[in-house]
Write a protein that binds this ligand. Sequence first.
Ligand SMILES: [Zn+2]
Length: 83
Amino acid sequence: MKTKKVKAAGRFNARYGRSVRLKITEIESIQRKKQNCIFCNKVAKRVSKGIWYCKGCNKKFASHTYYLPKKEEVNLNNPKNNK
Ligand SMILES: [Zn+2]
């Protein structure tokens, strides 16, 4: 049930502690929005933890566990990524 304090995480009742429930509302609110493919910006689906599939470019790729980062955040030319 939805609660005032922890919103959708109210379904856990008094379990797991306040901070954990607050964190899950934060993640789930992003997760529920449509996630866009980091290659073609079309809607991608989460297959499993960190595994995503995009119908647009027919790619299966690994990314963030619960949601996809915005395209601006993924800098493929970042020297940090080319170790
Ligand atoms: Zn794509």
